[in-house]
Design a protein around this ligand. Structure first.
Ligand SMILES: [Zn+2]
Length: 230
């Protein structure tokens, strides 16, 4: 059974807007053109292929809703002047509600670092994250809010270094490869690249500020550092 905030009670058209009422008493309002453009059916284009056949500019900004109906999954909308029906899940609709309170709830508030941080580091456990999705979410939320998360229970065996990476995404393939284990090159007083995105490396000296190759690449990413503190 869906939670109250994902349970749709009714859908009506009011003053040209789609008004959805939810079991937690929230009300969502959607404009027709916005919802039409969000159709991700195979004809309009899906995230699976990343190909879109519709553009926002092709729709009349004053377009209206046709028939709407609650379905088992959520809501279906048939668009006038088009032989097209869009289906939206209740969960998706609520997660994309653009009312001010809902936008505020989804708004990220980064935690600024200060002297108190060292006594209250965000910490997550790898073994717990592997067993429990909520523990994995805790780690990702810590990264979102603090910019980092200290992972405990991490393996010291390089062969297992990708365990954490596998929990959250795909390890990036680069022209350097995907993973290497390098110690600091003392002779040159620099150390080799750790690998961008989902990378892991080991070094034996304290970390200093360092700008490496991965910073130069634009893709959003997480970096994993394997630190042997023993
Ligand atoms: Zn569509």
């Amino acid at each position: 059974m869906l939670p109250a905030h994902h349970t749709l009670l009714s859908a009506i058209i009011q003053n040209g807007l789609l008004v959805l009422k939810w079991a937690d008493n929230h009300e969502s309002r959607f404009h027709a053109i916005w919802l039409r453009h969000q159709c991700w059916c195979s004809e309009c284009g899906t995230p699976e292929t990343g190909v879109r056949s519709i553009r926002l500019a092709q729709f009349d900004e004053n377009m209206s809703f046709g028939e709407i109906a609650l379905t088992e999954e959520g809501l279906s909308v048939t668009w006038p002047d088009e032989n097209h029906t869009s289906v939206y899940s209740a969960r998706w609709l609520r997660n994309h509600c653009y009312s001010e309170p809902e936008r505020q709830k989804r708004c990220v508030n980064p935690v600024l670092w200060d002297g108190a941080l060292s006594a209250n580091l965000p910490i997550g456990s790898l073994t717990e994250a592997e067993a429990d999705p909520s523990a994995r979410l805790h780690i990702l939320e810590a990264v979102r809010d603090h910019g980092f998360c200290k992972i405990i229970d991490a393996p010291t065996d390089p062969a297992e270094a990708s365990r954490m990476i596998n929990l959250v995404g795909t390890q990036r393939q680069t022209h350097f490869g995907t993973y290497t284990l390098k110690k600091k090159e003392k002779r040159h007083q620099r150390w080799r690249y750790n690998r961008p995105t989902g990378s892991a490396c080991r070094r034996t000296v304290p970390l200093r500020r360092y700008r490496n190759h991965s910073v130069s690449s634009a893709a959003p990413k997480l970096e994993w550092w394997c630190l042997n503190t023993g």
